[in-house]
Each structure stands twice: as C-alpha cells, then as structure tokens.
Design a protein around this ligand. Sequence first.
Ligand SMILES: [Zn+2]
Length: 422
Amino acid sequence: MKLELSKVVQGRCRLGQLKEMGRMGQHCLDIPGCLLYTHLGTVPHLTQDTLHTLSSLPTVTQVTLSNIAEHQDVLEEFKGGFKKFAGLHDTVLYCSLHDSAAQSPTGHTTNKTVSVWGSGGRIELTVAKFMALQRTVQPDWYQTMADGETWQTGISRKRVRKSVDRSLAHLDECLLVHQKSQELDGVSVFGVVEGGDILEERLRSARETAKRPVAGFCLDGFQNGAMDQALRSQLITAVTKELPEDKPRLLQGVGRPDEVLACVEAGVDLFEGFFPFQVTERGCALCFLFDITPDPESAGRARLTEVFGPNLNGDLNCDDQTHMTRFEMDLKDKRYQDDFRPLVEGCGCYCCRNHQRAYVHHLLVTNELLAGVLLMIHNTSHYNSFFRAVREALANDKMDLLRRQMGVCVCGCAAVCIITSP
Ligand SMILES: [Zn+2]
C-alpha cells in the first residue's frame, strides 16, 4: 500500500488516500477514514446484498482473530483463505487481533503468548500459532501480535515497559516468519505501538516500531473509557511525530465522533468502524449533525432542536462511555411511538427513505429482528457520511465549523461547550 497526502494541517492532521491496496493493488481508501466492522466477515444484522445498497462503503473489511481463531481447522481444510470462505468479493481484508466492540478479560498474557476470546472461550496464541492463522486466513493486511494489556488505569511503569518490550519481540518474530512465508507474499504488516499512558514508553515504542519494515502502525491502548481525551490527544500527537510521514496510522478502540475528530487532529489516519454497531445494539440511531454548508450556525441550531426536541441540554448530556452518547437518540423511548418523521431528516439511507421513528420504535419494543437491520443500515450510512464530512472539512479549512456543528469544543477537548452554553 502507498500513502499519498494531499494536505497536512498544523503539521499533523492529514488528508489523502491510501493507494495500491490489496494483493493486486486495485483498491484505495480515503483518509481520514474508517474500516468496515464485521463479525466473521459479515456486518452484523446485514446480508451482503443489503450491505451493498449503502453508498460509499469502506473498501477495507476488518475481521478479528478473536472471532476466527477457533475456526482454524475448518479454514485449513477449506484452503481458499477467509475472503473466499466468507463470500467476500472486491474488498481489502484486514485482520486485527481483538474485537474493539467486545472487552476481553485481562491477565492472560505471558512473555511468549497473547490470548484472544472467541465464543468458546480463551485461545492462547504463540507467534507460531498467530502466523499459522495468518497463513490460513490469507488477509491483504494484518497487525502483528502485541501485548496490549496496559490500557487500564493504575498500570505500573514496569508493566508498561514490559508490554513495549514484548510487543517489539513479537513484531520481530512475526516479521521473520512473514518474510519466509510464500503465502504472505505481498501482504501488508502493521506494527503495534504500545506504551500505556507513559510518554517515554510511547515514544520508545513508536521509534523502535518505525525502525522495522512495516507498512503502517496500529496505535493501541487508547480505547474508549481508558483515558481522557486531553491526555489521549497529547500522547497521540507525540507518537505520530515520531512516525514516518509516508505510512498510515490506525487507531484501535476509538469510535465516538468527538473523539475521532480530536484524534484526526492529533495525526490519526484510520479508525475501526465498530461504533455504529454498538449504537445499534442499544436500540439507538446516530443523529448528530455534520453539515458544513454555508450559514450552518442558525440552520444547525434549528435542526438540532428539530432532531432532539427543544430540551437540548438534557438530551445531549448522557455522556457515559459504555452507554448512550450524545450523538444518538434512544428509539426505545416512548416519545417516539407517534413520531412519524424519518430517523434523520434528509438522510438518504433505505431506513430513512422508507420508515419513520414510530415504526422502528415499534419494532424495538416488540423485539423484531428488522429493528437491528434498519438501525444498522442507518447507523453505518450516517457514520460513513460523517467521515466524508471530516475529509471535506479538512479540504476546505472548515474543521472549526464542523466542531461547532457537532457541539464539540473548539479547543478539541471533546467537551460540550459551544451548543450547550447560553
Ligand atoms: Zn438514515
């Protein structure tokens, strides 16, 4: 893969395109951008046919070893690789280690192993097993094995240092096997930057990983809830400064729109696309605004009131990391039972063109499977459109405007201080 930057704002916030992706080099992906989140190659709730009714889908499909590892025997017998096994065509397959939408138990890594958790429980991976899995999956791109158990608060400096050392050792071992594997010829490898919340360890991890022949970098240990945004931005800014400009940076575990925006400004190019799935699972619909057309100040305020009702502050204040965020509406709420508007006025997705909030509310309270299908269509579409808006805002020097539209503080602290202030 090859990264072409068309614009760099403030020395770190990047707009461009990843080109020559996939083994034949026929795919590209705009940055800042997100990957397509899947369970075993399928976007939850959606068949391939339904999925492809959505416009501007990410060209990269993400699968995780935590989902795949327990099916290794079947895949080995199948021989054709995971893409063929899952009926995926015309996509770049990226294989990551953990599923960011599911929190894994910790305390199971050793000097030589990392554990992933599938539906049948824990699977312990050595580098040999990890690389055997990659040869079986045959992705276009994968992250190397890493010890990422340093994202919780209160982790000691000694443990963080050990995680950086282990991840570098795993990286070297993976690269050694990779270079000898014919099956992995032409496959891109991303090294993983660890270091918890300790600046020196983050810098050491970034510098050492950058010395290795990797195609890009995964920034791990910054996931939701683990770190406040100011510290996260500060660490990512420092880390991305150490990384070569011509290689992409993928941030793991961060999906909230305000945090995405702050991390783009700290130098991140790529995000995982798990957030719309989490929103769907709690029966909610993404409804935040990102329209940066002229005169959005007054229009934005009017439309926000339209979406959330007149009590803006009340609706926007539910900000817990694991629960509903202020970027979504809870369609299980009784207030939507006779609301005959689309989920989001002006949204062109199948759900918004054909159904109203009242219908989706009814499907949710009666536990109909169609609720998840319609919400996933809308949420995936809305989230992808948000990334397009971020790229447009960067291209047209309108990031401040976008932040104001989304109700994010202009200082980048990810707080609500523009919309909610009188
Ligand atoms: Zn929609």
